[in-house]
Design a protein around this ligand. Structure first.
Ligand SMILES: Cc1cc2nc3c(=O)[nH]c(=O)nc-3n(C[C@H](O)[C@H](O)[C@H](O)COP(=O)(O)O)c2cc1C
Length: 158
């Protein structure tokens, strides 16, 4: 599983997912420090979306070649996964892989899934799990059901 979390919601989901699927877990970090003030971060993300800059390609910290199934999760930032997180995903060869995406969001779901389909070309994408950060524990129960499908799909995830 590959995940990123800024304020902890996605991390909680990632922990549940790791426990339920017995997956290896890889937390991706921003290549540069992120502002602690959420408002400043928000403005920065908006500016970067309006004026995308060329970022140097990132290397995945883990050896991804050995995995056939990926669980991928991050918060939504301005409607999609954080830019550096998408950069990390771009560095993976997705051909023949199965991808289970999840998000944590606070308001509106944007076009992250379409972007993911584009980035993970050659992989099969499962329907995503989208957890609203304000609606637990009912959402946690549904998340566990969604995770159960992963185990059923592969029989054994490593
Ligand atoms: C910079 C920034 C942008 C965000 N943009 C969105 C958004 O477009 N849509 C949405 O539903 N939530 C948005 N949120 C809320 C987060 O997705 C939500 O709080 C999420 O649960 C945070 O997960 P985390 O605790 O793992 O970082 C944004 C939060 C931040 C900090």
């Amino acid at each position: 599983m590959i995940y990123f979390s800024y304020s902890g919601n996605t991390r909680e989901m990632a922990k549940i997912a790791a426990e339920y699927t017995h997956s290896d877990i890889c937390e991706l970090l921003s290549p540069e420090p992120l502002p602690k003030d959420q408002k400043i971060l928000h403005d920065k993300v908006v500016v970067e979306k309006l004026f995308p800059r060329q970022r140097s390609p990132l290397r995945m910290p883990a050896d991804t070649d050995k995995y056939a199934v990926f669980i991928v999760g991050a918060p939504l930032w301005i409607g999609t996964y954080p830019g550096f997180f998408l950069d990390h995903l771009r560095s993976i060869n997705w051909r023949g892989r199965m991808v289970y995406p999840f998000i944590s969001f606070g308001g509106t779901v944007g076009n992250y899934y379409e972007e993911l389909i584009e980035i993970c070309r050659g992989a099969r994408l499962a329907p995503p799990f989208e957890m609203h950060s304000g609606s637990r524990p009912e959402e946690v129960r549904k998340f566990k059901l969604w995770l159960g499908r992963i185990n059923n799909f592969t029989g054994n995830i490593k």
